[in-house]
Design a protein around this ligand. Structure first.
Ligand SMILES: *[C@@H]1O[C@H](CO)[C@@H](O)[C@H](O)[C@H]1NC(C)=O
Ligand SMILES: *[C@@H]1O[C@H](CO)[C@@H](O)[C@H](O)[C@H]1NC(C)=O
Ligand SMILES: *[C@@H]1O[C@H](CO)[C@@H](O)[C@H](O)[C@H]1NC(C)=O
Length: 656
């Protein structure tokens, strides 16, 4: 009823206007559609004697008529299609913008879990499609349930739910003079309708927020302005010619309408539509327990202007309610979508070691650069700690203690031998070779110490040189001892040892001068630490050194094995065989362990091999002698040794 009165009001206002259509009076005729939209249309088409050009239709799907229609309420996006509806205009924005505005609200408040209540028809379905499209653009999904609700807010129960709801409403406006017009209606003037007392407060007479009514008002004015342009173009014609215009002529002029409304806004058509303008409203509780619509912002085209502080949330607090399927992932984790669920439902998986994420909701963890590693929180890359076998850690201390103990024991044996140098046991087996062997063993123990500590350019070279020379000296002493057991006499024992060592020194010098081992950070081994180690620039060089020691050791083992049955003063060949077996076993086991050990354990393995083989030699060769010297002095006599010697046949005593 209000829409009808606003149309009548607008027509009367135009008729009074002396500039818009002077000398022309507009009339109107209202048809009842009986809630069946085509009916009103058919009536209008039937009245051919009227120039009926303005028809406010609610929904004109599939109806195309040849005269212009201006709708105040048909908001279906489908009606924007000019090829299907060339004569259609409307003063209400297409619903496209409404769904877009709602989606913008959800995006603005970071809501990713949304239930939509829609009318189950073209309007609702289209709105939800636009909504899904807009929201999906921002990479979020949601679930919706379709329900049919009519007039949702009038229901008492749902009105409770509705408090705090945000909505997009048709833009509201004021029409000056309209309230007075409504209040002054009197049965005297419109006998067929009941009248409204000017003292009654009723929604009908409330003109504070005119929404659809204002669209009707605009529609009437749009038609009047089109007519004005038409009349203006033909001002030289008779006034009566206005009665003979054709509706299609009006159509052309509707496209040209461009006026300023009394509210100061530009009004023109873009195709069928007017630029989108909406109010953003919030249903708020009043102290009386009723709900009122409060303006909280507006939508102008693609701009959304919102006054957040004006919103009353359903939660009662002024915090924006959270509506998400999963809380966003904190830094240090990454988003992992759940199979078969919307993208906004996800799990947060902590970043793996060596990977970080430093933003909230990160889709993936980033691997730290190779010199860096992740911190405990996995939110930042920190420099990897330089790691090497040092004297400050248990492994380093243990190995150093074992080395120092070995050197001490060797020194002790040396002292014992020196003290008892006149006794037969010491004199029996080339005492000068024994002393040299003890010195070289001590060097072997001590050289393991240079492997511990931060690798430097010189430490890397010195390690291998010291290790090599100690072992070559040691093994060549044993080799010469064995040869002495086998042969009658060698004149230049020390010369042979020297030759062995000179060969080694040449190999070693060539290796260390051409491509020496250099300190290098081992980044390949992943972890919070980066290993600093001496890298073998030349595997051939290192292999040659090991191979040379191996060759000496094998020769020694072979000769000692041949000589093991030969009786000598103090069957030393057996001891040498045994010690060389241990020696070779240790170094054969060393190679695979060395190759497969991670990080600084490579060094530990080498030190272990050095210590194990040195202890093996020390114990096998010197323990039995020390045992006799210190604990069985009665056996350390010339007579005793002579008795052993009598059993020797075809054997030449070595030098005593
Ligand atoms: C409407 O007219 C104004 C000037 O009065 C002009 O600035 C504006 O561009 C026009 N709009 C359209 C859509 O033609
Ligand atoms: C926003 O709303 C608050 C509360 O209604 C009001 O005090 C304030 O003036 C509004 N701000 C703007 C810019 O409209
Ligand atoms: C996050 O990490 C990136 C590199 O992965 C860096 O460029 C950025 O500055 C970091 N941001 C913060 C806030 O730490």
């Amino acid at each position: 009823l209000k829409y009808m009165y606003v149309m009548a009001f607008a027509v009367e206002e135009i008729n009074r206007n002396s500039t818009l259509l002077p000398g022309v009076k507009l009339g109107y005729r209202i048809f009842d559609s009986c809630s069946r939209y085509p009916w009103a249309l058919q009536h209008a088409l039937g009245c051919e004697y009227f120039k009926t050009c303005i028809i406010a239709v609610k929904n004109v799907n599939n109806i195309s008529v040849s005269f212009p229609q201006i709708s105040y309420f048909a908001s279906c996006p489908c009606l924007s299609d000019r090829s299907k509806f060339p004569n259609f205009f409307r003063t209400i924005p297409s619903d496209i913008y409404q769904a877009w505005a709602m989606a913008q609200l959800a995006i603005r408040f970071h809501w990713t879990w949304i239930g939509a209540v829609i009318v189950n028809n073209d309007y609702g379905q289209l709105a939800i499609q636009v909504y899904v499209f807009v929201v999906t653009l921002y990479q979020c999904f949601y679930k919706y349930h379709l329900h049919i609700y009519n007039d949702l807010l009038q229901d008492l129960v749902t009105s409770k739910v509705a408090s705090g709801v945000l909505g997009v409403a048709i833009q509201s406006s004021k029409i000056s003079g309209f309230e007075n017009y409504l209040r002054n209606l009197h049965p005297r003037d419109t006998p067929s309708y009941s009248y409204f007392s000017s003292s009654l407060k009723h929604p009908f007479t409330d003109t504070s927020q005119l929404r659809v009514s204002y669209n009707v008002y605009l529609a009437v004015y749009a038609a009047a302005h089109a007519l004005h342009i038409f009349a203006h173009n033909f001002f030289f014609l008779e006034k009566s010619s206005l009665l003979n215009f054709y509706c299609f002529q009006l159509l052309q002029h509707l496209n040209k309408v461009n006026v300023t409304t009394p509210q100061g806004e530009m009004f023109y058509f873009q195709g069928a539509d007017i630029p989108a303008k909406y109010d953003l409203v919030n249903w708020q509780n009043t102290p009386e327990g009723t709900l009122k619509l409060v303006l909280i912002g507006r939508v102008d085209g693609f701009d959304l202007i919102l006054n957040e502080s004006a919103i009353q949330w359903s939660t009662g607090s002024n915090q924006v309610p959270v509506s998400v399927c999963s809380e966003s992932c904190p830094p240090g984790t990454r988003v992992a979508t759940r199979k078969g669920e919307p993208v906004c439902c996800f799990d947060c998986i902590p970043c793996a070691e060596g990977e970080i994420s430093n933003t909230t909701g990160s889709p993936h963890c980033e691997r730290c650069p190779s010199e860096f590693w992740s911190d405990a929180e996995r939110t930042a890359c920190i420099l990897r700690q330089v790691d090497f076998l040092s004297f400050n850690e248990t492994l380093g201390i243990t190995l150093a203690t074992a080395a120092v103990s070995g050197a001490t024991v060797t020194t002790a044996v040396f002292v014992v031998f020196l003290y008892y140098r006149q006794t037969p046991v010491v004199r029996a087996n080339n005492s000068e070779l024994s002393f040299l062997l003890l010195v070289s063993l001590k060097l072997c123990f001590l050289c393991s110490l240079v492997f511990i500590g931060r690798p430097s350019v010189w430490a890397c070279r010195f390690q291998q040189a010291a290790f090599g020379i100690s072992f070559v000296l040691c093994v060549s002493c044993l080799l010469v001892k064995t040869i002495v057991v086998l042969a009658v006499l060698i004149k230049y024992k020390l010369l042979l040892i020297l030759k062995c060592n000179i060969i080694y020194v040449i190999i070693c010098a060539v290796w260390l001068s051409l491509s020496p081992p250099v300190p290098q950070q081992d980044l390949g081994f992943q972890g919070s630490k980066v290993t600093l180690k001496c890298a073998m620039a030349s595997v051939v060089g290192f292999s040659l050194v090991l191979g040379y020691i191996g060759l000496l050791a094998c020769t020694c083992l072979l000769l000692a094995f041949l000589a093991r049955k030969l009786p000598d003063n103090f069957n030393e060949a057996k001891l040498i065989t045994f010690s060389m077996l241990i020696f070779c076993a240790v170094w054969v086991a060393f190679v695979p362990a060395y190759v497969s050990s991670p990080g600084k354990y490579v060094v530990a393995v080498e030190i272990f091999a050095i210590l194990a083989s040195s202890y093996g030699l020390l114990l096998c060769i010197f323990a039995p002698k020390c045992f006799i010297i210190l604990l069985r002095p009665e056996k350390n006599t010339k007579k005793h040794l002579m008795e052993r010697g009598k059993n020797c046949q075809n054997h030449h005593q070595s030098a005593v």
